[in-house]
Design a protein around this ligand. Structure first.
Ligand code: AVJ
Length: 320
């Protein structure tokens, strides 16, 4: 039996909307259920997925520089993070800041309370002196409610190339929303994956182990589990495509046959033509010109670019 809680109603809406589009699409936030979180951890550990290692390197090498920028005039700051995930990368900063007796409170933002609970428990175990205030709200609501809570300086984190899941126009819109709430002296650190040898990007999303394939196909398994759908995963194939001209990687699930799929929660049968696609994800790669344009259009100034040794990735510090 299907249970109509808030979460599955939101999923049903998103799926109904996505499948009505041409081409069909599913939103990439749907990847992250319990099974998807586990597969994503595996992705982050595979050698082809260079992004994670690059950002670890940057944060480890630059943690003191970042601390000095964040500390500013020495007044307490709120460190607000969107999409912390398992928090392993942020932990590098949190641990260092605590060791240096930096005056800040950590505010991870997530719409999933179970993700926040797990993160809070793990970080308090790893960094016992940490002051942590989880914010269980959508990003836009969180930005407003944190403003109302205290008048501390704000430092926003959006790491892990999560911004890549937005098409550039939506990325601009999201950054503009943060920028609008920033006061002079507030800062924002964003992780961008950079354009590079197209073969390396392609391999990161089309790994030979089939882990990214499983990640993509888990969407269908999730719809089977949560919406009572009857997708057959061997009837769809994972196809990611990197376009070095635009820097955009698009991931698809391609229907290998003409088929009907019934979705119980929607009381609907969806038809897929042979070789019809479902667009499931965008992973945008940037260059410096694109980042400068983003800054200019959102009214932010760039303080510093931090790179890994190979120049595959950059964490960029912005200020108002
Ligand atoms: C978590 C959005 C940064 O786009 O690289 C990894 C997700 N998708 N492999 C990315 C992902 C396929 C990832 N982000």
């Amino acid at each position: 039996m299907l249970i109509a809680d808030h979460q599955s109603i939101a999923i049903a809406h998103a799926v109904e909307e996505g499948f009505a589009k041409i081409p069909k699409r599913l939103p990439s936030w749907l990847f992250y259920d319990e099974a998807g979180d586990k597969i994503f951890q595996k992705i982050m550990r595979m050698p082809e997925y260079y992004l994670t290692g690059c950002e670890y390197e940057i944060l480890n090498t630059q943690k003191e520089n970042l601390r000095q920028h964040f500390t500013g005039d020495g007044s307490i700051f709120d460190l607000i993070e969107f999409g912390a995930g398992d928090g392993l990368k942020t932990e590098i900063l949190l641990r260092h800041f605590s060791e240096q007796h930096t005056s800040f409170q950590y505010m991870p933002v997530d719409i999933s309370s179970s993700v926040l609970d797990q993160l809070t428990e793990r970080l308090l175990g790893a960094v016992p002196s940490l002051s942590i205030q989880p914010v269980n709200k959508p990003y836009d609501e969180a930005i407003v409610s944190i403003q109302e809570r205290d008048h501390n300086r704000k430092v926003y984190l959006f790491l892990g190339a999560n911004i890549g899941n937005f098409i550039p126009a939506d990325a601009e819109h999201f950054i503009a929303t943060i920028a609008a709430s920033m006061e002079p002296g507030d800062q924002l650190l964003i992780g961008f994956d950079l354009k590079k040898d197209p073969r390396l990007v392609q391999a990161a999303y089309d790994d030979p182990h089939g882990i990214t394939r499983d990640f993509n196909l888990n969407l269908l398994a999730r719809l089977n589990r949560e919406l009572g759908a009857d997708f057959q995963r061997d009837q769809f194939t994972h196809y990611p495509y990197y376009d070095p001209e635009t820097g955009m990687t698009k991931s698809y699930l391609v229907s290998m046959n003409d088929q009907d799929v019934h979705i119980e929660a929607l009381h609907k049968t969806i038809h897929f033509k042979r070789w019809e696609i479902i667009h499931t994800e965008v992973s945008q790669k940037y260059d410096v010109a694109m980042i400068e344009k983003l800054a200019a259009r959102t009214g932010l100034e760039i303080t510093q670019y931090y790179y890994d040794r190979k120049y595959y990735f950059t964490d960029v510090l912005f200020r108002k």
